[in-house]
Design a protein around this ligand. Structure first.
Ligand SMILES: Cc1ncc(COP(=O)(O)O)c(C=O)c1O
Length: 413
């Protein structure tokens, strides 16, 4: 390697030490709860979370209920209450109270419902969003703005705060940005929206299951998110919808359906919305998907999300380099350091400013530099699979990174 190439050394320096760290890791046993191929370091949970072992049992139970209980399972097996039962459980992960969260549809549909509901309350004002928001969020916001004949303002994410002004009816953004990992301060942004007379609709797709959340603590209004990524609900698992209790009576579902009726099984020909977040349900819940999802949420309720947040990729920074250009790093910080280093180097090579980027941005830069490894590292950095990722995995990953990034030397024990 040339003299300008950065060097990283993983510390501790023995495989035995990595194994000891794994043995001490309070999250290490959680890995056993997931059915993952033994040889695989799975880092794509930001897209499709790993399968909890229990999901198989619950799916089997649900098919038996279907086969033997048939229609009576709507009552006898709790199918009819699934959207609120599972919604309340998810609510505990989001920092919401009972009856504030329901489960159903997907994030895109729920966002459509939330933006319409918010605009019907604050008529006439613009929708404000982050121009780099996830594509579906932009498409939905555009359609809703068109429907209501209001302006859709798209601003760079770092200008969102200052763009929240009077004349804005609804602000919508993804809490944790899917590309950069940048997280908006929920309480601060919600307060700014309220001060401007607006409501905030949060997209929590990359937050729930990755970072601690406290929707009530942040005085949040409306939020939506998916369950198939960090929450491990399975492919196509239903999304969730949060509406703060103080708004329930005022918000209307733009797609009212019988499951949002106060008494769906009265078969009333007039629509009377349920008094709480249940009014945001529309049609029949996807019971087989719910069975798998509930297994995952039950597992998540046993996990301390604060520990997940502080796991590999979220760890403290390594010690100061003893030799210029050389850095010693601990496994908890390894991937951050490796990605950060690559990212910094990339930027410097292009002559751009390398300093003052948030740490997550550096990591994302690094991820980009890693080419096809990008998606794997992203998962690690997003934190969602951390509970399934041991220190030894970090060690192996560092070895792979060493192979992929020719311009970074990574010394592994
Ligand atoms: C931030 C964000 N919002 C929305 C979506 C779309 O969710 P859904 O497919 O549940 O509509 C995704 C999907 O990856 C996402 O990452």
């Amino acid at each position: 390697m040339g003299h300008s190439q950065p060097a990283l050394t993983l510390r501790p320096s023995s495989r035995a030490e990595f194994l000891r760290l794994d043995a001490e890791d309070p999250l290490a046993p959680v890995r056993e709860e997931f059915d993952l191929p033994a040889e695989l370091i799975y880092l794509d949970g930001n897209s499709l979370g790993a399968m909890p072992r229990e999901a198989r049992n619950r799916l089997s139970e649900a098919t038996t209920q279907w086969a033997h209980g048939l229609i009576s399972s709507w009552n006898d097996a709790g199918w009819a209450e699934a959207p609120t039962r599972v919604g309340d459980k998810i609510g505990r992960l989001l920092g919401a109270r009972p009856s504030e969260v329901v489960m159903g549809d997907n994030t895109s549909v729920n966002l459509y419902k939330a933006l319409n509901a918010a605009l019907s309350l604050h008529r006439g004002g613009a929708i404000l969003t982050d121009e780099q928001n996830f594509p579906t969020d932009l498409y939905v916001a555009e359609a809703v703005a068109k429907k209501w004949g209001v302006e859709l303002r798209r601003v760079p994410r770092n200008q969102l705060g200052e763009a929240i002004q009077h004349g804005v009816a609804v602000v919508t953004a993804t809490h944790v940005d899917y590309r950069t990992g940048h997280m908006l301060e929920m309480r601060e942004f919600t307060k700014a929206a309220h001060d401007a007379g607006a409501l905030f609709v949060w997209d929590l797709c990359h937050s729930a299951g990755a970072v601690p959340l406290d929707l009530n603590g942040a005085d949040a209004d409306l939020a939506v998110g998916c369950t198939y990524k960090f929450l491990n609900g399975g492919p196509g698992a239903p999304a969730y919808f949060f509406a703060a209790r103080r708004l329930h009576g005022d918000l209307n579902n733009p797609i009212p359906g019988w499951f949002g009726h106060d008494h769906p099984f009265d078969f009333d020909s007039g629509y009377r919305p349920a008094p709480d977040a249940r009014r945001f349900l529309t049609g029949t819940p996807a019971i087989l998907s719910v069975a798998a999802l509930e297994a995952a949420i039950d597992l998540w309720l046993t996990i301390d999300i604060a520990l997940v947040r502080s796991s590999p990729g979220r760890g403290r920074r390594g010690r100061r380099p003893s030799t210029p250009g050389h850095r010693e790093i601990r496994p908890d910080a390894a991937v951050y350091e490796i990605c950060g280093h690559v990212g910094r180097r990339r930027k410097t090579e292009r002559g751009a400013e390398a300093a003052d980027l948030p740490r997550t941005s550096l990591c994302r830069q690094g991820r980009r530099a890693l080419g096809h490894r990008r998606r794997h590292l992203r998962e690690l950095l997003d934190g969602g699979v951390d509970s399934r990722l041991g220190k030894l995995d970090v060690l192996q990953l560092a070895g792979e990174v060493r192979v992929v990034c020719r311009h970074v030397e990574v010394t592994v024990p």
